[in-house]
Design a protein around this ligand. Structure first.
Ligand code: PXP
Length: 271
């Protein structure tokens, strides 16, 4: 039976078997994380740069979705950003959030296309390490079900670890985002080792029916091998794109990342 992936607007269906063992390249979506546009705006407390304007540039440049992390401390993206991005941007919104009742309530009210549940500690600079789904086996299922029932695709942000992948399936999430931070932070043989972990976790996740996303720390220089992971259908990338936008503009930075992904997996851009 064909498996409909979680982004109905794309109207793409893949035979279930092709996810585990694709014979031709699956489409690879680029979700652009615009948290740092908000970081810059908040530095002066005004309205510029506007996250909505950034989202429209991403749309024009060929991005497939907007990713925004509503942190508990609201250090960058605000509740108003989330509401405006959902209401005024014709791109799917992927809301990153902690597994708290407050965030679930906001997601149920806003109805983004997807949520990615991430671990959150206030002191961290960014999301450090994946969610421990095994430890949250008792609390996550009810949360995931409420979001699933509302038609919101749920992904769990996890390290490329087989037991965490299995736990993701067990708590009822249809998708996962593999944390690429360790791969990005390392070099040489250590980086290759991390890449193998990502490849193996992706193959296993697809084999047990999960949709595979990846992200964190990706740049035009390191994205190729991750884009090549056959089962992965979405990359979420923020910092490198917004950083490069300072020099070449956001439109060009998004296109540059898309080109680097396409070089890694030819034929994966949307038609
Ligand atoms: N995916 C998740 C779950 C994240 O938490 C982040 C960082 O907010 C990203 C992707 C994007 O990471 P980066 O900004 O390093 O590209």
């Amino acid at each position: 039976m064909p498996l409909r992936l979680g982004w109905p607007f794309l109207r793409r269906e893949f035979p279930a078997a092709s996810l585990a063992n694709p014979t031709r390249p699956l489409a690879l979506r680029l979700g652009v994380n615009i948290d740092h546009v908000a970081t810059l705006r908040n530095a002066r407390g005004g309205r510029e740069p506007d996250t909505l304007r950034a989202a429209h540039v991403v749309l024009k440049a060929g991005g497939d979705s907007i990713t925004a992390h509503l942190r508990e401390d609201r250090r960058h993206i605000t509740d108003a950003d989330i509401a405006r991005l959902k209401a005024e941007v014709p791109l799917p919104l992927n809301m990153e959030m902690a597994a708290t009742d407050e965030m679930v309530a906001i997601a149920l009210k806003t109805k983004p296309h997807a949520v990615c549940i991430v671990p959150e500690r206030r002191q961290e600079l960014t999301t450090e390490g994946g969610l421990n789904v095994i430890a949250a086996r008792k609390t996550l299922p009810a949360m995931v079900q409420r979001l699933n029932d509302a038609g919101i695709q749920v992904a769990l942000f996890i390290d490329p670890d087989r037991a965490q992948v299995e736990a993701t399936r067990d708590v009822g999430a249809p998708a996962l985002e593999l944390h690429t931070g360790e791969y990005c932070n390392k070099s040489g043989a250590a980086q290759q080792h991390e890449l193998v972990r990502l490849v193996e976790a992706s193959a296993f996740a697809a084999q047990i029916g999960l949709e595979v996303h990846a992200g964190h720390g990706l740049t035009v220089h390191n994205v190729g091998p991750v884009a090549r992971i056959a089962q992965c259908v979405e990359l979420n990338i923020g910092h490198a794109i917004v950083a490069e936008a300072v020099f070449i503009g956001l439109d060009a930075a998004v296109r540059q990342m898309r080109a680097a992904m396409d070089a890694g997996r030819p034929g994966s851009a949307k038609p």
